[in-house]
Design a protein around this ligand. Structure first.
Ligand code: WTA
Length: 646
């Protein structure tokens, strides 16, 4: 493939062969947006009853495919079995110890249906049904996908809590949504290590004082000896004797706008936000983007190496690929275990044709060296994807060269928990790719870049990324918090969705994403709020005040730096630093632990008593500090600087 120079660096024109066969057509970009989404909804989704209105848009609330009835599980599972695809593999299940493990196995669509039906019949006995919310706190095992689908089958909204979050996070989310049932597993197994899962959940729920959770369903993963109480039941016992026959548990017909799930995500202030996603529009959005961005064919083997605890897992592990009837890899493990080649073994063994992962994962592989990828036949790869954080151009180049055989196009997909599905991305066979940028709106998506006054910006002017028209998978609000929804996303501009990311157009009209504008940090593609981490730190008795900033990190994209002042005459020690990290792990989860803790007598404040966050950001990044004359006590900054440099 030819490479061309440009002022921004190398560009990669589309492969003409791919242009001929790609599912996405250039003219889709010019289609009227309602027409486009209407045709996709009809083509990709099976409706029990047809909709009468494509879009009912009353800013900031959209309703899509109004009047239609459907079921997400029917679309993801049953209809494929009915269409004679029952024997097709839905999931290649790869356990923690890799594809050579005796536990590696395949689940066909027919088997998936049986498992979902039995699970759903079990849940029914616990009172789960239409509108009864369920929490899911699991690792990347097939039962996690089955649990989501069983809920969807019954019309029960689910909220998945990332398996690496703390029990406290589980309790907060389950109580907020008023979940009656929590589904978890006995222990987590990742990278060869077991970790408490069910016990974490117990501690969180018990520690919360009261909880709406009445029953905990426990999936046996390790068979470890864990305490089981009156409210607990093993899945095996719950579904013992239950029918797996689809007719014993028909898919509940849901309104297009019925709640499918809630997913909590970090904002810049306050508690996590419960992002609302409904059924018809969401499924249309994920199925369409999954099909067109990854150029999915009947014989594709697709692997999204994300976690179901994040939106990427919801949209592009569970719902998108299954609705499209595609064979996927479901991988329990982490990169680098049991060896540094395991990813490439998976690609080789299953002939993976589409790989979708995060820049952080690629950076790990890059650090370990290309010899691991080179030791395997990766010629099955046709399309690569990247998600969750900006991808550095050199990482992009490495990914293409060593994983993509110097020819696979890379889909650098920009989107958010709130957007539900991919909105900005190159398209296979159409886009001339530029390493490090998501570039172009997906068909039916209308972005703009504006300054703070609302003026639309031109080339090379950095501003705020907004969306000026609704799209089917867009959030339908924040759970029980209309005001926060309006304030966060719809108050900056009266007529557009404010994404919270900075962006600019380059000279070719491509969109370059420039990072978050708020106090959300992105560690290894995990979205965290500085506010939540600060709250966790001050829970420790020795901490008077805490402020958190991020610095660039070569491995994790961003890393957390915590600035902490202590109570009384306490001094910062290594033990205390460890204790603070542990405090954050307990309160939020290990992934939120600060990489660096800086102790100080006081935090840098202005005379009006405000912490100078801009200055802390500069300090964390090791940048010039600029004017510090407005500080009450400039000497605190010198002390911090010494610690950072030391
Ligand atoms: C960032 C993940 C640059 C962005 C799907 C966004 C990206 C936030 C990209 C959402 C990308 C995601 N290039 N930045 N391709 N993809 N982001 O909700 O800042 O976990 O606002 O959704 O991740 O994170 P979230």
């Amino acid at each position: 493939m030819s490479e061309q120079g440009s002022s921004q660096g190398k560009t990669y024109p589309p492969d003409p062969e791919l242009s001929k066969t790609a599912n996405v057509r250039p003219e889709m970009k010019d289609q009227d947006l309602e027409e486009f989404w209407d045709s996709q909804a009809k083509e990709r989704i099976s409706w029990f009853e047809p909709y009468d209105t494509v879009l009912d848009w009353q800013l900031p609330y959209a309703k899509w495919f109004v009047g239609g009835k459907l079921n997400a599980c029917y679309n993801a599972v049953d209809r494929h079995v009915e269409n004679g695809q029952g024997d097709k593999v839905a999931l290649h299940v790869v356990p923690d110890d890799g594809p050579d493990s005796a536990d590696a196995h395949d689940i066909t669509f027919a088997q998936l249906q049986e498992q979902v039906v039995r699970f759903a019949n079990g849940l029914k006995k616990l009172g789960v049904g239409k509108g009864v919310p369920v929490g899911i706190y699991m690792q990347m095992i097939p039962e996690a996908v089955v649990a989501m689908l069983a809920c969807a089958r019954l019309g029960a909204p689910h909220t998945v809590v990332f398996g690496g979050f703390s029990g406290k996070a589980v309790a907060e989310r389950c109580n907020d949504l008023e979940c009656k049932v929590l589904i978890t597993q006995d222990e987590a197994l990742r990278g060869g290590k077991t970790a408490a899962q069910k016990t974490n959940a117990d501690e969180g729920l018990d520690g919360a004082g009261s909880t709406t959770v009445e029953k905990i369903v426990v999936v046996k993963r390790t068979g470890g000896d864990i305490p089981m109480n009156d409210r607990d039941v093993y899945l095996d016992d719950l579904v013992d004797g239950e029918s797996s026959d689809a007719e014993s548990c028909p898919c509940e017909p849901m309104e297009s706008e019925d709640l499918l799930f809630l997913l909590y995500t970090s904002g810049s202030t306050g508690k996590p936000k419960g992002v609302v996603h409904t059924t018809g529009g969401y499924l249309t959005g994920v199925a369409t983007t999954h099909n067109l961005v990854f150029d999915v064919k009947d014989d594709s083997v697709y692997w999204c190496a994300a976690d179901i605890g994040w939106i990427t897992g919801h949209s592009y592990i569970t719902y998108g690929p299954l609705v499209n009837g595609v064979t996927s890899v479901l991988y329990e493990g982490v990169p680098g275990y049991p060896n540094k080649e395991v990813w490439w073994k998976i690609v080789e063994k299953y002939n993976v044709s589409i790989l979708y992962t995060s820049p952080t994962a690629i950076r790990s592989h890059m650090k370990w060296g290309e010899q691991h990828a080179q030791a395997h036949d990766l010629s099955s790869i046709k399309i690569l994807g990247s998600v969750g954080e900006p991808i550095n151009p050199e990482v992009w180049e490495w990914y293409r060269k060593h994983v993509g055989g110097d020819k696979a196009p890379i889909m650098d997909t920009w989107w958010q928990t709130e957007t539900g599905h991919i909105l900005i991305t190159p398209l296979p066979g159409i886009t001339t790719m530029k390493p490090g940028s998501a570039q172009q709106p997906f068909p039916g998506v209308r972005p703009e870049i504006r300054d703070d006054e609302g003026n639309v910006l031109g080339v090379e002017q950095t501003g705020n990324l907004v969306l000026t028209a609704p799209w089917p998978g867009m959030m339908r609000g924040l759970y029980k918090d209309d005001q926060r929804f309006r304030d966060t996303y719809w108050s900056k501009y009266s007529d557009a969705y404010f994404a919270g990311d900075g962006a600019k157009y380059d000279e070719d009209g491509d969109i370059m994403l420039m990072g978050r504008l708020d106090d959300v940090v992105n560690v290894s593609g995990h979205r965290l709020s500085t506010f939540e981490i600060e709250s966790a730190l001050v829970e420790h008795g020795d901490v008077a005040e805490a402020a958190v900033a991020a610095r660039k990190d070569p491995d994790t994209g961003q890393a957390i730096v915590a600035f902490v002042s202590l109570t009384g005459d306490k001094t910062g020690t290594e033990e205390l630093e460890q204790a603070l990290r542990e405090q954050v792990a307990q309160s939020i989860g290990k992934l939120a632990r600060p990489a660096t803790v800086i102790f100080a007598n006081d935090l840098p404040k202005t005379r009006s008593g405000k912490i100078m966050r801009r200055l802390l950001k500069n300090l964390a990044e090791g940048e010039e500090l600029g004017d510090t004359s407005t500080l009450v006590d400039p000497s605190v900054v010198d002390e911090m600087k010494k610690q950072i440099q030391g």
